[in-house]
Design a protein around this ligand. Structure first.
Ligand SMILES: [Mg+2]
Length: 201
């Protein structure tokens, strides 16, 4: 059966959480990091926290945020996997389209991602028009789904997937995710090799 791979973006493909790294540039790093940690550990809801985090960054021009995000460091073994298997790989992220489009282009995934959406006017975010529920993406496919993620916001994604892989190569895997995953892998190279073997099966 055909396999489709759904990848979380933050701390799965990227080597750090995206929004906290952006907040550094406006000295809101501590505030942002706290909120992100709480969200990843499941202490506050993703929607609530995401709105607050977008609010914190909404005064930075959208193009500037997109540029910064496009330069974030990446797990290259996973990027290689994405490029090699572009027809069966998708990024699934709560991040905003207007912020990550440049990064998606850079890694060749511009036609292969699902994300939250925002309206922009004069280079500023005016409204969040959609917050992506990651598990809704699983229902779009009739294939065997392999999902890869690290945070509690990946819980439903991994739960609904046929095979859930938690990745702990960047940060600690969220405790809730450890309960629902089929595998936990802590090294980027091993993860890429593991996924490669799944394709060959
Ligand atoms: Mg993540």
């Amino acid at each position: 059966m055909k396999k489709i791979f759904l990848f979380d973006l933050d701390s799965t493909i990227t080597k750090e959480e995206i929004l906290p790294s952006i907040s550094k540039s406006i000295n809101k790093e501590d505030e942002m990091r706290k909120l992100t940690e709480m969200t990843m550990m499941g202490e506050i809801s993703f929607e609530e926290s995401f709105k607050s985090r977008v609010d914190m960054l909404k005064d930075i021009p959208v193009s500037e945020v997109a540029e910064k995000i496009s330069n974030i460091s990446l797990n290259q073994e996973l990027v290689k996997f994405l490029n090699k298997h572009k027809d069966i790989c998708y990024i699934v992220t709560g991040n905003l389209d207007v912020w990550i489009d440049k990064l998606m282009k850079k890694i060749g995934m511009e036609n292969n991602y699902f994300c939250s959406k925002a309206s922009v006017s004069n280079n500023k975010i005016t409204k969040i028009s959609k917050i992506l529920q990651k598990d809704e993406v699983v229902a779009k496919f009739k294939d065997y789904i392999v999902a890869i993620g690290d945070g509690s916001n990946d819980y439903k994604l991994l739960e609904k997937a046929n095979l859930g892989v938690a990745f702990g190569g960047v940060r600690n895997i969220a405790p809730s995710l450890l309960e629902v995953c089929d595998y936990a892998i802590y090294d980027e190279k091993r993860l890429a090799e593991f996924l490669e073997r799944l394709i060959e099966e």
